[in-house]
Design a protein around this ligand. Sequence first.
Ligand SMILES: [Zn+2]
Length: 416
Amino acid sequence: MNATIKLYDEDAYRNSFEAEVLSCVPSARHAGAFDLVLDRTLFFPEEGGQTSDTGFLEAAETAEGDATGPAAVTDVAIDAAGVIVHTAARRFEQHTAVRGTIDWAHRYDNMRQHTGEHIFSGLVFRRFGLRNVGFRLASDVTTMDYSGILTAEQAAELETEANARIAADLPVDCRYPSPDELATLSYRSKIEITGPVRIVTIPDTDCCACCAPHVRRTGEVGLLKIIRQEKNKGGTRLTILCGSRALADYRQRQACTEAVSASLSVPCSGIAAAVERLKQDNAQLRFQLSEARTELMDNAVRAVPEEKRDVCLFTGALPEPVLRAAVNSLKAAHPGVCAVFSLLDDASSGCPRWHYILGTAQGDSRIPNRILAEKLHAHGGGSAEMVQGSAEAEEAEIRAVFDLDLAGTSARKEDL
Ligand SMILES: [Zn+2]
């Protein structure tokens, strides 16, 4: 089969076309769908790191009584011979004349992102000699991998320069030079290309082999913003947003910073410092709270009547060593089962979660622990002297189980 005529090469701004169905077979990649080959297409296939165009196909002339309507095109691929395969929702007869319409918003957004990437990668190459070794234009972000390290300052400089090139509204030229002319050109290319090479040129900025649709002038990119920078395989990975994606991101970040600013009653410029102060205050308060709870725990341990055999105490969150010390003090004074339940987090929905430590001076702690597992689905384990675990239950429920089932079990010794 001949290579499909790429209408998007001739005019990236067209969004509908007419073509003839050369073949239509059940899709090998998408169950229930059909793979269509047309003689020509505006649908850009998934290629070179960019997702394919989507849209729909319909019969160019609807026959009387034909109610099949348009079929969604959800995926477009190109094979090594240049044959473009459209995945459509329904079958079309061979030799049917069809009309195709691409999702223009999706296509134009991709064009803006892609031209933005060329501007940036061209400048990276010119300024620092780094090659673009990876490119992915996804539906939300564009990522670019470079062959060496860029510092945050260098990336910021490049971002400024790229936006200056966008503002200069430079022409973007896409064409297939003759082999002779191509031999004289110096251009970036990620792969060795066989057959005609399409060159995309932006004056004083970039010259690169590329098969994708681009905007006519750099001004259409609108804005280029780096939103992430990370190290990647000895090089640098940058994530960028162009055009309306950058605007949407700005809006979201603005809403976020304004919400935090209003909540903390500080200007937007001061929110990072204010959050840092809050974190420090919070750590200080947590420390003080823990100190106070420890004191309360000590008092509660001392306040237990001497004659009491079994003891069960409850507390807010406390570190394990404090709980362990409290259980040891209780064990020294009371011969029965001694337990401390410490609240892990007071979830507003669902049951309170507890961390517990339980010990007994005379018997085997694993016996009451087993009862906790049976009655409260607690998870825990340990030695005869002391066990620890977690349980989800209301305080009253735990008290009832302790009084009815656990108290008195310390005297029992059995083979577990
Ligand atoms: Zn490209």
